[in-house]
Every structure is written in structure tokens, then in C-alpha cells.
Write a protein that binds this ligand. Structure first.
Ligand SMILES: Nc1ncnc2c1ncn2[C@@H]1O[C@H](COP(=O)(O)OP(=O)(O)OP(=O)(O)O)[C@@H](O)[C@H]1O
Length: 790
């Protein structure tokens, strides 16, 4: 066919018209090799010429199985693509080029790292299937707090049988004027009758005082009777009550409430044995004598075996607080042992009638639910118990039916919401949510963010306290200003400066400025807490968080979900979903306590996780609100000036995310921490209770996208961080105890962060099942085996 002279619009490479080299001589094999080698050389030249200039990592360096890879059809090599929105959007180009400028303003290639894939936050995201239903947003006017003190004029402590001294002490020293519904029931019952009791009530309803007040009241009565009879009541009069709780934190909390009460009757002496200090000093305290003992089960069982001076022959009350947790943590055997020793050592002293005290030992069990082995505990430790709970008569008008009142549910006044967030946007949405929450000074003072495992807590702590100006090794200093967030660096010592600059990670640092969500006008402090920290660190961190007068965020595992009474928590964020519905209720129960307001928000991923919305709607929940990631990002990343182009917040969010990814890549320690957090997170995800596995389905996780929420650009299968974190107490005794506690707790379904046992060893207790599933999934991804949930 004749050439018609038209030049078609084909894009041709520079070497398209270069004469093709022919190879002569040698064998046909030699000629073929030479030809292939020349072809390879041409291909390389084409790649260089394609203007990639370092923007795109070489194939050998790319590790992703994402959909965000382009496979050029003319050759088999994979090549990573920078997502269109980053390069094609002029705003993004501008933003990238700004970031690529050194201090002197000279252009240099954007710091897209060798060895990873940069994907856009805003493409390829799954969409939420849940329709926003305004019907969900019910009018919350008129919702009565369900755990508040009673307003009935007749419901006074003195009317319930407490002495005027104790009642006025409650008012003057503890600012408590009226009992809550559960306190009314419990005081009525336990002050007069001598029976075992099972107390069940919602979070924040004052269960601690519900069992402490009758004990203190009756001991005060005894001491008065003794005084009238010319006898002294003092610490040597005998040990009358033992209170067991599952964790050291809780025991300390109970002990401090008790001491507060006893300050009006200083002759009644309490003490605490929870481990974490030398047994010798605990023994010395026991030797001095005491009337009320707060303890953890393992430590008490130990003392009953080894401390002769501990006389339990007069014990009239045994209180088992947080019964469900006691069972979950595998204290069944210890409790069984304690109960049988108390029975054995019951002597004539017990038979002597002491005025005002029960004639036989009364056991009181407190638990939010009857599930998780609490029934077993009830049958083992209680005899014909009376059930004490809040019944229908005490509920405000319009609340649920009687059968629901028995169910464990969230406080009625608690405002719950959920936000659907695609996996890639999780981290940046968390930051957006925190920024939004702390934007207005004073609107939120205390917030708790629940995360599934210790490694992930540590990673998020580092990310959220990362300095806004990060010197980068081997590069000019990169200045990243997050627009409306103008931070003042606090004065730092040289060591903490080093830590703040991201060159080192301190195992001991548990408080820092939350640079990611602080503003010039509202600085936010960040705290971290998990079971792998030293006991002393945990205690001081909780104290510092409680006493912090600035706005504060606590990122923690479920170690802080049960029983802890952290004052004035306004907002609870469940960044990682809870491992069971009960865990969820305990977590959100850290806010809206004793009739106060509170908000709780849970992050759910679009897809099967949205099935959890039905769980959120269960019980008396009425004011459930839906949010989406865009909304939180817009609120959190829009400049405070309000001068913004339509989707400026997308650029700001992307800038923030890219900056964190670079920071992670630039510091090997942070990279390892991020990878470890990712691995542990996935293993934890595999351990949801069986009933909820359809909602939190491992097979539905998009690991590549999820990696971005850990600032990682790796192919998930290549993420392998060997070994568990270094043990805090790496000696033989600790290892032996760890093994023992792992065996003890193997029956439990959800022990992701065993907060304590009496040896202080944080047990890596959970989930053979999770490990098995995770191993299968990671094998499919390329293999990784070691995690840490603690
Ligand atoms: N009658 C009362 N009036 C006002 N505040 C009270 C009253 N009783 C207890 N509180 C306060 O309520 C808060 C919650 O009490 P407590 O920790 O005993 O609740 P709880 O029912 O044990 O909660 P959880 O189930 O979460 O352990 C505490 O700060 C306590 O001081």
C-alpha cells in the first residue's frame, strides 16, 4: 500500500528511528544474548527518559500488591504509580513542590522514598453502605441520666441508715449529697441483712461506695459499741473485710476511695497488698494490724500461704469487685483457694457475736454482667445471694421495659456516634477528629482513645507527639507547617529534644505535647498507657493524666477500660473496635459517669464492620449519630481562618499523611515501630469474640490500605519484624509466672491486654486462635509470625 504521507499521532521514543544494530559473527547463542542485552539497555534508557527522574521507584524497589500499580502492557515489569490526584491535581502539585523545596527554596525531588508506594488518601476507598438516617438522631431532650444521684428528697444517706457523721463527711469531704439508685439498694440491703449479695449495675453508677459504705458504717457502729463497753477499737481488733479486685490500678483506686471515707473514723485502718513492692514490706504492714484489706487475688493467696501474721479468722465480708474481669483474667483458682482458706480458718472468734457485724461471713460479688464465667464464680463463692440491681421503679419515665433493665447497657445520657472510615484514612481521620475536638478551648478537656494493642499505642503516641519540624537525616531540614496549627515547642532538655526530634524512642516517656492536635491557643497533652509498661510508670501516668489541668488525651489499650474512674472524661474514641460488646460498654463507660454528660465515638470501616451499628443500637441507646471520614477531615483540616478553596482540607490531610510517612521512613526506629504496630494490630483483629467475627472479619481486611494507616509504604507481606518487644521483667521468675498465667487464662476469649497479675508480669495471654488465623493470613502475604498484644 502506498504511503499517504499522514503522520499518525503515535508517541515515539527518541531512539525510534535509530538504526537497529545487527549482530554478526559467533554462534547463534552469542548473537541472541547480544541482541537481548541491547534490548535491555534500550529499555533502561527509555525508563530514564520517561521523565521519571527519581519520582518513581525502580521495580526492584517497589513492593506492593495494591490495585495502585500500573502494569505497562509492553513489558512485564511492574512500576509503581503515584496516584493521579497527587500529580495531576495542580493544587497537589503545588503542595508537593512546596514540600520539595529545601530551606533555601531550591527545588529538589519530592521525598518519595525508595522502597515504597505512595498512594492517595482519597482514591480507591470503599464506600459506606449505611444510609444516613435522620431517624437515628433522636431528640435527646428529656433523657434522664441513668446513673445519677437520686433527686428524691427522701433518698438521703441518713434515711438509708448511715450515721450522720458518715453522711456529713460524704457531703463535706467528697461532695456526695445523695445516693445513686444502686447505692440505695445496696446500702438498704447490706446494712441490715446478713446475706451474700450480687450487685449488678451500669458503669459509673457508684458501685464502689455501694459496697464500701455498709462495711464502714457497720464497723463504725461496732467501734462505738466497743467504746461504750470500755473497749478500744483499733487496728489490732481484727481484719473484718477483704476486697478483691482484678488489677492493681483498680485496687489502688478502691483503696483511695476507702481512705477518703475512713478519714472521718481514723481508728479504722485499711491497707493494700497488690504486689509490685517487696513482699517483706507488705508483710511488715500486715504485721502492724489492719481492719480492711484491699488486694489482688494472686497476691492475697500468696500471703495466705506464706504470711503467718495474716489472721483471717474474723473476716465478715469478702467483696469480689469486677467479677467478670476476675474470671476473664483467670483468677478462679486463686479465689477458690482464698474462699476455702477463709472457711478453714474460721474459728471461735467468728462465732463471737460482734455488735453490728454479720454473724457469718458475707460475700458480695459485683459485676456488670453474668456472662464470662461470673455464674461459676457466683455458684462457687456465694450462698443464696440476694440480687441487688436497679429495678424499674427507680428508672426515669419512658425508659425501657423491665427485662432490659437487667441487661448491661450504656448510661442513658451518653451520646454515642460512629464514623465510617476507609482503612487508608484511619490515621488522618483520628487526627482530624482530635483537632476538631480540641479546636475550641475548653470544649473537651479529657479524651481517651482506645487502641487494640500495646505496640499500636506506642506507635500512635509517637506519631501524635511527633514534632512539626522534623530534621531529616541526609537531607536538608524539611519544614512542615500544618497551616492552622502553629505550635510552640515546650522547653525540652537535650535528651527529650533528641526524643522529640524522632531520633530515639524513649520507653519511659508516657507524656508529651500532642503536637498533631494542639494549637497555639489550646495545647493538648498526650499520655500513653498499656500493660507492658512498668507498674510504677502506669500508676504515675494515670495520676498525671488525672491531675492534668490542660486538655489531655490518653491513648491506651483495654488496660484502662474496666472500673477505672478517671474524672471528667468528656470523650471516648474507640479507634480500634472493642473485642466484645461488654468491652465496648466498659470502654465507653469511662465517660458519662455519675449522671454527667459524655460522648463516645467508634471508628468502623466501610463494609462488614458496619454490621456493628446494630450492636450499638442495642439496649437503651437512642442518640446514635453517624459521621463519615470526609466530614471529620473537613472539620479537622480546614484552616481556622476559613479562607479555603473547596477541598483544601484534602490537601492538608494529604500533606500531613505524607509527612508522617516520610518521618517513618526516615527513622529506622519509627519504621520498625510502625511495622510492629501493624503486625500486632492485625493479630489483635483476629481475636474478636466468635459472635462478632462476622462483623470483624479478617478476610475482609485490605492489608495494603491498612498499612497506610500505620504510615507504611511496604507491601504487607514484606512486613516482618521478628521477636516480641523486650520483656520489662525478663528473668526466670517472670517467665515462669507468664507461662502460668497464660495457662490460667487460656480459657478466656478476650484478653488482649492483661492488665495485671500479682507478680506484675504482663502476660501475653491471648488467643491461640488469633495467632493461628494471623499466621495463615500472613503466610498468604509472605510470612510474619511474632506479635505483641500486651
Ligand atoms: N452518690 C454519688 N453522687 C455523686 N457522685 C458519686 C456518687 N457515688 C459515686 N459517685 C462518683 O461516681 C463515680 C463513679 O463511681 P464508681 O467508680 O464507684 O462507679 P462504678 O459503678 O464502680 O463504675 P464502673 O462500673 O465503671 O467500675 C466516682 O467518681 C464517684 O466518686
Amino acid at each position: 500500500m502506498a504511503d499517504d504521507g499522514m503522520l499518525l499521532n503515535f508517541e515515539l521514543s527518541a531512539d525510534a528511528f535509530a538504526p537497529k544494530k545487527t549482530f554478526k559473527g559467533g554462534s547463534w547463542r552469542d548473537r541472541l544474548t547480544a541482541k537481548k542485552s541491547a534490548e535491555w539497555g534500550r529499555q533502561k534508557a527509555k525508563e530514564r527518559e520517561a521523565g521519571l527522574k527519581g519520582l518513581i521507584p525502580r521495580f526492584e524497589e517497589v513492593q506492593s500488591d495494591d490495585e495502585e500499580l500500573i502494569l505497562p502492557d509492553h513489558q512485564p515489569r511492574k512500576r509503581a504509580r503515584i496516584d493521579e490526584p497527587v500529580l495531576s491535581d495542580p493544587n497537589r502539585r503545588h503542595s508537593l513542590s512546596k514540600q520539595s523545596s529545601g530551606k533555601d527554596g531550591s527545588r529538589r525531588p519530592p521525598s518519595i522514598p525508595i522502597g515504597g508506594v505512595v498512594s492517595s488518601l482519597f482514591t480507591y476507598n470503599p464506600k459506606s453502605a449505611t444510609q444516613e438516617s435522620k431517624a437515628e438522631l433522636e431528640n435527646d431532650f428529656g433523657i434522664e441520666p441513668s446513673n445519677a444521684p437520686l433527686r428524691d428528697e427522701l433518698a438521703t444517706f441518713t434515711n438509708l441508715g448511715l450515721s450522720p457523721t458518715l453522711a456529713s463527711h460524704l457531703l463535706k469531704k467528697l461532695d456526695i449529697s445523695a445516693p445513686t439508685a444502686i447505692q440505695r439498694r445496696a446500702i438498704e440491703q447490706l446494712c441490715s441483712a446478713d446475706t451474700d449479695a450480687f450487685i449488678q449495675a451500669e458503669t459509673g453508677s457508684g458501685k464502689t461506695l455501694a459496697y464500701l459504705l455498709p462495711v464502714v458504717q457497720r464497723l463504725m457502729h461496732l467501734s462505738k459499741q466497743m467504746k461504750d463497753a470500755g473497749e478500744d477499737f483499733n487496728r489490732e481488733s481484727g481484719l473484718f473485710a477483704i476486697i478483691l479486685s482484678p488489677t492493681r490500678e483498680l485496687s489502688k483506686q478502691i483503696s483511695s476511695v476507702l481512705e477518703g471515707l475512713l478519714s472521718c473514723c481514723h481508728w479504722i485502718v485499711s491497707s493494700i497488698v497488690i504486689g509490685g513492692e517487696k513482699k517483706k514490706s507488705e508483710k511488715a504492714r500486715l504485721r502492724k494490724g489492719l481492719n480492711i484489706l484491699v488486694a489482688t487475688p494472686g497476691r492475697l493467696a500468696d500471703h495466705l500461704d506464706n504470711t503467718e501474721v495474716l489472721d483471717v479468722s474474723k473476716v465478715r465480708w469478702l467483696v469480689l469487685d469486677e467479677g467478670d474481669r476476675l474470671m476473664e483474667l483467670g483468677f478462679e483458682n486463686d479465689i477458690q483457694k482464698i474462699v476455702s482458706i477463709l472457711n478453714l480458718r474460721r474459728t471461735k472468734a467468728m462465732e463471737r457475736v460482734l455488735p453490728g457485724l454479720p454473724e457469718r461471713r458475707n460475700t458480695v460479688l459485683c459485676s456488670a454482667t453474668l456472662k464470662g464465667g461470673v455464674q461459676d464464680l457466683r455458684s462457687m463463692a456465694l450462698k443464696e445471694p440476694v440480687s441487688i440491681s436497679v429495678d424499674e421503679n427507680e428508672k426515669a419515665e419512658g425508659q425501657e421495659a423491665a427485662n432490659e433493665s437487667k441487661a448491661f447497657s450504656a448510661p442513658a445520657q451518653l451520646k454515642q456516634s460512629y464514623v465510617t472510615v476507609p482503612p487508608k484514612q484511619r490515621l488522618v481521620t483520628l487526627v482530624g477528629t482530635l483537632r476538631q475536638s480540641f479546636k475550641r478551648k475548653g470544649s473537651v478537656m479529657k479524651c481517651i482513645v482506645f487502641i487494640s494493642c500495646a505496640d499500636s499505642v506506642d506507635f500512635h503516641f509517637e506519631v501524635l507527639t511527633r514534632p512539626s519540624t522534623a530534621p531529616v537525616e541526609g537531607r536538608a531540614t524539611e519544614v512542615h507547617k500544618t497551616a492552622d496549627v502553629d505550635l510552640e515547642e515546650p522547653s525540652l532538655s537535650s535528651r527529650s529534644k533528641k526524643i522529640a526530634q524522632g531520633t530515639t524512642i524513649s520507653e519511659f516517656r508516657t507524656q508529651a505535647l500532642a503536637t498533631s492536635c494542639s494549637t497555639k491557643d489550646n495545647t493538648v497533652q498526650l499520655f500513653r498507657l498499656h500493660g507492658s509498661l512498668q507498674q510504677s510508670t502506669r500508676t504515675s501516668t494515670l495520676l498525671a493524666y488525672t491531675k492534668c489541668t490542660e486538655p489531655a488525651v490518653l491513648v491506651c489499650t483495654d488496660v484502662a477500660s474496666r472500673g477505672l474512674d478517671l474524672p471528667n472524661v468528656d470523650l471516648v474514641i474507640e479507634y480500634d473496635p472493642p473485642f466484645s460488646k461488654d468491652d465496648h460498654l466498659h470502654r465507653i463507660g469511662r465517660t458519662a459517669r455519675a449522671g454527667k454528660d459524655g460522648r463516645a465515638m467508634i471508628f468502623l470501616m466501610p463494609g462488614c464492620e458496619e454490621g456493628y451499628i446494630d450492636v450499638l443500637k442495642e439496649g437503651r441507646q437512642r442518640n446514635l449519630t453517624k459521621h463519615d471520614a470526609d466530614e471529620m477531615l473537613r472539620k479537622g483540616f480546614s484552616p481556622s481562618s476559613g479562607v479555603t478553596t473547596d477541598r483544601d482540607w484534602e490537601n492538608r490531610a494529604t500533606d500531613w499523611q505524607l509527612d508522617v510517612e516520610r518521618w517513618t521512613l526516615d527513622h529506622p526506629k519509627h519504621l520498625e515501630q510502625a511495622r510492629r504496630a501493624f503486625q500486632s494490630h492485625i493479630r489483635a483483629y483476629a481475636t474478636h469474640v466468635a459472635a462478632e467475627r462476622a462483623v470483624f472479619d479478617m478476610r475482609e481486611l485490605h492489608l495494603g490500605h491498612l498499612a497506610k494507616a500505620f504510615a507504611l509504604r511496604d507491601k504487607p507481606g514484606s512486613i516482618r519484624v521478628p521477636g516480641l518487644r523486650p520483656s520489662k521483667d525478663d528473668n526466670n521468675r517472670a517467665n515462669a509466672a507468664r507461662k502460668a498465667s497464660a495457662v490460667r487464662s487460656s480459657a478466656s476469649a478476650s484478653k488482649h491486654d492483661r492488665p495485671d497479675d500479682d507478680t506484675g508480669v504482663q502476660a501475653v495471654s491471648d488467643e491461640r486462635e488469633g495467632r493461628r488465623k494471623m499466621q495463615a493470613k500472613m503466610k498468604a502475604m509472605g510470612g510474619a509470625s511474632e506479635f505483641n498484644l500486651g
